[in-house]
Ligand binder design. Structure first.
Ligand SMILES: [Zn+2]
Length: 409
């Protein structure tokens, strides 16, 4: 099973300069290799019926491919020694991107669809680079050790799930800073191709919220455990205490340790709760449908600071792994308007966040707001006829996620 985790980076000035230099050099390298392939293509392409039989055929140049271009990196480094500053596997990955862009282009042509021809990248348009391999212990104490860049501070808002190994590391520049994406793999869990078909009988929809941890389409709710709040409160107290200590002092160090310990405790309890909840759900239905939570988008909202921050992402990972192990399945559905649409008739019933009841003017049904959402989620996974006929409606654009954000402000 493969998954990806993304964390925000906090590089220092020097590290930013290095990352930016690499991105610019890799951009040029990418364009150069792309050009190499294009020019071979235009020089050597010759339709069968136009083959110059009488003319002496010019010596064919070697077709530049992934291997020849990778080998040729030595020449690049010779001519432009600054390329030696880049970790060599990162350079090789750039060549691979050229190959992938070309492969995609040809593949598309074969199928009759014309997909985009690979494009040269303008200044600033080359935004990421990848380490195709990395040491497993590269992350330590909120720092990631990147070859030839050094230890870069990162904000690890959730731990790497147990049993997973880091396959690749990608550094990318975004509008609000730099990010690292870890591609993770758990070999003990084969990517399970469950052929369980979601039906009205074997599927359970879950709506994840802030009031309750989740509500199922059967109307059951799983509350956020009480002890969770209390240990969170304790953490806040300890953090306050820490802020009053003189930085670097003995008492300060002691307080730092106390905070770290409590943080671990909170995380452990949460994980335990997630495992229990996942087991319970999977004992009730073969297929569990949930909203497709865009973790990336989530991280940018206030929600990331909520008590549930790492919660849903970790919970869904656990649920999916457990389902796969048991030959069961999870399905992520489009979260758009799950709380606004009527689960009974499909009509849209706009409602503010403080309205906790779904009461439909069109068909008269009156049910709990979260239950309505959970049923919608289930229906979307099953392909309920009401929704199939109407499709996913365009509306106010108030998705569940945004709604939660408003609730927290
Ligand atoms: Zn209705």
């Amino acid at each position: 099973m493969r998954t990806a985790y993304q964390y925000k980076l906090r590089p220092n000035k020097q590290q930013i300069a290095t990352i930016e230099m690499w991105l610019e050099l890799l951009r040029r390298q990418y364009n150069y290799r792309l050009g190499e392939r294009f020019s071979w293509w235009s020089e050597n392409r010759c339709p069968v019926n136009a083959c110059p039989l009488v003319m002496p055929i010019p010596q064919l140049r070697d077709h530049p491919d992934y291997y020849s271009q990778k080998k040729d990196l030595v020449n690049t480094k010779d001519k432009f020694p600054e390329y030696k500053l880049i970790y060599s596997q990162v350079c090789q990955d750039c060549i691979k991107r050229v190959k992938l862009a070309f492969d995609r282009w040809f593949k598309a042509n074969k199928n009759g669809h014309k997909l985009g021809k690979p494009r040269f990248k303008g200044k600033g348009r080359y935004r990421s680079f990848t380490y195709p391999q990395i040491k497993q212990n590269c992350i330590k104490e909120n720092h990631i050790n990147l070859p030839k860049i050094g230890k870069v501070k990162l904000i690890q808002h959730r731990p790497i799930p147990e049993g997973f190994i880091i396959k690749t590391v990608t550094i990318s520049r975004k509008a609000d800073g730099y990010y690292v994406t870890l591609s993770l793999e758990d070999k003990s869990v084969p990517t399970f191709n469950s052929d369980v078909k979601p039906t009205a009988e074997n599927t359970l929809g879950i709506d994840m919220g802030l009031k309750d941890f989740l509500v199922t389409s059967d109307g059951e709710s799983v509350p956020i455990p009480q002890y969770y709040h209390s240990s969170q409160k304790r953490l806040k107290t300890l953090q306050k205490r820490l802020s009053r200590k003189k930085k670097g002092s003995k008492r300060w160090l002691k307080a730092v340790k106390a905070v770290a310990k409590q943080q671990k405790k909170v995380a452990d309890r949460r994980k335990d709760f997630h495992f229990k909840t996942a087991n319970e759900l999977l004992s009730k239905a073969e297929v569990i449908a949930h909203e497709n939570l865009n973790i990336k988008g989530l991280a940018k909202t206030h929600l990331s600071k909520s008590i549930n921050d790492a919660g849903w992402g970790q919970f869904l990972t656990i649920l999916t792994v457990k389902a796969g192990n048991a030959g069961q399945k999870t399905i992520a559905v489009n979260p758009k308007n799950t709380s606004q649409d009527c689960s009974n008739c499909g009509e849209k019933v706009p409602k503010e966040l403080n309205i906790r009841t779904h009461s439909c003017l069109h068909c008269g049904i009156v049910i709990d707001r979260d239950l309505n959402a959970a049923i919608n989620i289930k229906n979307r996974a099953v392909g309920h006829s009401v929704l199939k006929a109407r499709g996913v409606r365009r509306g106010t654009g108030t998705t569940k996620r945004e709604a939660h954000t408003i609730a927290l402000v």
